[in-house]
Design a protein around this ligand. Structure first.
Ligand code: FPP
Length: 252
C-alpha cells in the first residue's frame, strides 16, 4: 500500500517544522564539498513543499539558516546565501503556481541585500495565495526571537504604554515572529541528531518530536509521510489525562 494512503486526512498536523540537517555530512561521505550537500538539499525542499501542499498541511516551516550559522567559514556562508538567492529566484514561479504563500522569520535585516531583495519579492509575489504557508527561518534562533520580544515589551513598559501586570503568555506571543502562525504540531529533524538547536524554543512547548537518520539531501516525500504516520499514532495529552484531551484544542 502507498504510504500516503495510510495518512488520516482528519488528523493532519496543521503545522510541520523541519530542521534540515546533514547536508555537509552527506556531501563529505561522497568526497564532495559541503556546498554540494546544500545544493542537493534544495531538491528535498522542493519535495516536502510539494508533499505538504498536496496533503493539505497548512504551515510548513523550514530552518534554512540559524543565527549560529553566521559563525561558519565565510566561504560556506557566502555559498549558502548565493544558494538562497538562486533557489528563491528559480522556485518562486512554481511556488506561485502551486498556490504557496511564502513568508520568513528571523533577523532578516542581517541578510545580504541581494537575499533580502529576492526574498521580499517572492513574499510579495505569493502574498495572495491561499494554499500552503511556507515559512523560511533565516538568520533565526529561538533565543534571539524571545530576547527581541522582551526588548520590545521592556520598551513599552519604560514608556508607560504597558502595565507589567498585563504581561501573560498570550500577550508575549504577539511579540514573536510567529504570532499569526499556530505552534508546530510536529517537528522533524534529519541526520540522526536529537537536538532542538535553538529552533522555535517557545513554539515547540507541546510539539511532537520526530528524529530520522536520513540526511536532508536524501529526504523525500515518503520520509515526510512516515513522520506524519508516526505522529498520528501518538497520544497527545498536553499535560492532561487521556480522557480530558478531547477538549484540549487551543493552539496545541
Ligand atoms: C544543515 O546541514 C543545513 C543548512 C545549514 C542549510 C540548509 C539549506 C538548504 C537546504 C538550502 C536551500 C533552502 C531553501 C529554503 C531555499 P549542515 O550543513 O549542518 O550539515 P552537517 O550537520 O552534516 O554539517
Amino acid at each position: 500500500m502507498d504510504l500516503k494512503e495510510l495518512i488520516s486526512k482528519d488528523k493532519l498536523p496543521r503545522h510541520i517544522a523541519i530542521i534540515m540537517d546533514g547536508n555537509g555530512r552527506w556531501a563529505q561521505n561522497r568526497g564532495s564539498m559541503r556546498l554540494f550537500g546544500h545544493q542537493n538539499g534544495v531538491e528535498s525542499v522542493r519535495q516536502v513543499v510539494e508533499a505538504a501542499g498536496e496533503l493539505g498541511v497548512e504551515y510548513l516551516t523550514l530552518y534554512a539558516f540559524s543565527t549560529e550559522n553566521w559563525n561558519r567559514p565565510r566561504s560556506e556562508v557566502d555559498a549558502l546565501m548565493g544558494l538562497m538567492v538562486t533557489s528563491i529566484q528559480n522556485e518562486t514561479e512554481s511556488l506561485h503556481k502551486n498556490n504557496v504563500k511564502l513568508s520568513a522569520i528571523g533577523e532578516l535585516d542581517d541578510l545580504p541585500p541581494t537575499v533580502k531583495k529576492q526574498l521580499q519579492s517572492a513574499i510579495d509575489y505569493t502574498s495572495e495565495n491561499t494554499g500552503l504557508n511556507l515559512v523560511i527561518a533565516l538568520s533565526y534562533s529561538g533565543r534571539w526571537e524571545i530576547t527581541s520580544a522582551i526588548k520590545k515589551i521592556a520598551e513599552e513598559v519604560k514608556n508607560g504604554d504597558l502595565d507589567p501586570e498585563n504581561i501573560d503568555t498570550c500577550m508575549l506571543e504577539t511579540y514573536l515572529n510567529t504570532y499569526t502562525i499556530p505552534d508546530p504540531e510536529l517537528l522533524i529533524r534529519t541526520s540522526g541528531e536529537r537536538r532542538i538547536s535553538n529552533f522555535m524554543l517557545w513554539q515547540l512547548a507541546y510539539t511532537e518530536l520526530y528524529f530520522t537518520t536520513v540526511f536532508w539531501p536524501d529526504f523525500r516525500k515518503k520520509h515526510l509521510y512516515e513522520a506524519i504516520i508516526d505522529f498520528q499514532r501518538r497520544d497527545r495529552r498536553f499535560g492532561r489525562v487521556k480522557t480530558q484531551t478531547g477538549v484540549a484544542t487551543v493552539n496545541n
